[in-house]
Design a protein around this ligand. Structure first.
Ligand SMILES: Cc1cc2nc3c(=O)[nH]c(=O)nc-3n(C[C@H](O)[C@H](O)[C@H](O)COP(=O)(O)OP(=O)(O)OC[C@H]3O[C@@H](n4cnc5c(N)ncnc54)[C@H](O)[C@@H]3O)c2cc1C
Length: 358
């Protein structure tokens, strides 16, 4: 895919710096995973989660590279083990016996889940605690005055008729009737999480690119004679550039990663995802109710999130988690909440701040 040259240059330079921020990212991801598990447990959330995340090492060269680096990954704090192909096939009995596999990396506490279900249930719990949400609302400006931050926002309902699901959300009282036109509201602190559009509200250009991803979701084929069809949890193939996950009775393949300028479009190749699924878990899905999806998110040249305080008092940033948004979200939110409340954060995230991009 055509990646902008300026961004490639920044990525190359960021790769040479490496170091401290990479270990902060590992620590944040571990915190994110344990906070997600804690929330699931404490709040009784059921998001069809499955435990287990295996990374395929498809040939001897990839296996040797992983063997050479595993100690340094462990030293960075990653809980990771090398498994041979047989052990991997015991964990994932639906794997194609003919697909070449030299070994796998197994990540402790990794897994898959349904982000939409997780978020919706979390929202209901937050509402019961008094949080309020405004959907279909666009923030037009954030400005500072002596007394705090002023947010100008405007109700911008979608033009198309609401779907049944959206209608149900409205009935639940989530989207209260809003006045027409812009409204000003004052806040002590604001966290900007608006990805690729952050620069406009910040009033300063952030060097972020758009990372595109395609996905295919299909119902699992349920056959009594073949109970092991499909993945049990999450399967990552870095060689084909795709991830195959099981959530409930569905299988999702994501991949086709491409980086472009923020407003550019890239071609999608759903066929490659179908081929990848067929390669690893043949015959595992029904092709009748397949959903094709496409998403775009902000990514920084060093691949790390932009997390921390901006140069305006009270304005915080949680941007560009790349493809790791959910993995990091609960950890990032708890560290930012601690900082905003003036408490000592569970983790020093200063290496992830926006200042590193300038
Ligand atoms: C198919 C798929 C698979 C994924 N797989 C994984 C995975 O395996 N692991 C993982 O950890 N994560 C995964 N993710 C999450 C994903 O990788 C991203 O990290 C995540 O979507 C980033 O979330 P975000 O909220 O930071 O930014 P975004 O998703 O970019 O959301 C930004 C939001 O801000 C809104 N916005 C912009 N400007 C304004 C404004 N002025 N006013 C109001 N709102 C505004 C936009 O409408 C948008 O809704 C997946 C996502 C998808 C779609």
């Amino acid at each position: 895919m055509p990646t902008p040259w300026a961004w490639r240059w920044r990525r190359w330079r960021a790769g040479r710096r490496g170091g401290e921020s990479a270990s902060t990212l590992v620590a944040l991801s571990q915190l994110g995973l344990s906070r997600t598990a804690e929330l699931r447990h404490q709040l009784g959330l059921d998001d069809e989660s499955t435990e287990g995340l295996l990374i395929a090492l498809t040939d001897a060269r990839r296996l040797a590279a992983a063997e050479a680096r595993i100690d340094s990954w462990k030293a960075q704090g990653l809980q990771i083990e090398l498994l041979d192909a047989e052990a991997a096939r015991r964990l994932e009995p639906g794997l194609n016996a003919d697909a070449p596999l030299s070994g796998t990396l197994a990540l402790a506490h990794g897994g898959a889940g349904n982000a939409r279900l997780f978020t919706q249930q979390l929202r209901l719990k937050a509402q019961r605690l008094g949080a309020s949400f405004r959907f279909h609302t666009t923030v037009r400006a954030v400005s500072a005055d002596g007394a705090g931050l002023m947010l100008r926002h405007e109700h911008t309902p979608p033009l198309e008729a609401p779907t049944r699901a959206q209608g149900a959300e409205r009935e639940a009282g989530d989207t209260l009737p809003q006045p027409v036109g812009p409204m000003d509201e004052r806040f002590d602190a604001v966290v900007l999480c608006n990805g690729l559009d952050a620069s406009a509200l910040l009033g300063q250009r952030l060097p972020l690119a758009a990372q595109h991803e395609t996905s295919v979701t299909a119902p699992l084929r349920l056959l009594e004679a073949h109970p092991d069809l499909g993945p049990k949890a999450a399967w990552v193939d870095p060689a084909l550039g795709l991830t195959i996950t099981r959530t409930g009775q569905r299988v999702r393949v994501t991949g086709g990663l491409a980086v472009s300028r923020v407003r550019a479009k890239v071609a999608t190749d759903f066929e490659a995802l179908h081929r990848g699924l067929q390669h690893w878990f043949p015959g595992s899905v029904l092709h009748s109710q397949v959903q094709h999806g496409q998403s775009r998110r902000a990514v920084a040249a060093d691949g790390l999130p932009v997390l921390g305080t901006s140069d305006r008092a009270g304005l915080w940033l949680s941007l560009s988690p790349g493809g790791n948004g959910w993995g990091l979200a609960c950890g990032a939110a708890s560290v930012l909440a601690q900082q905003i409340a003036g408490a000592t954060p569970a983790l020093d995230i200063s290496a992830l701040g926006p200042q590193r991009l300038t």
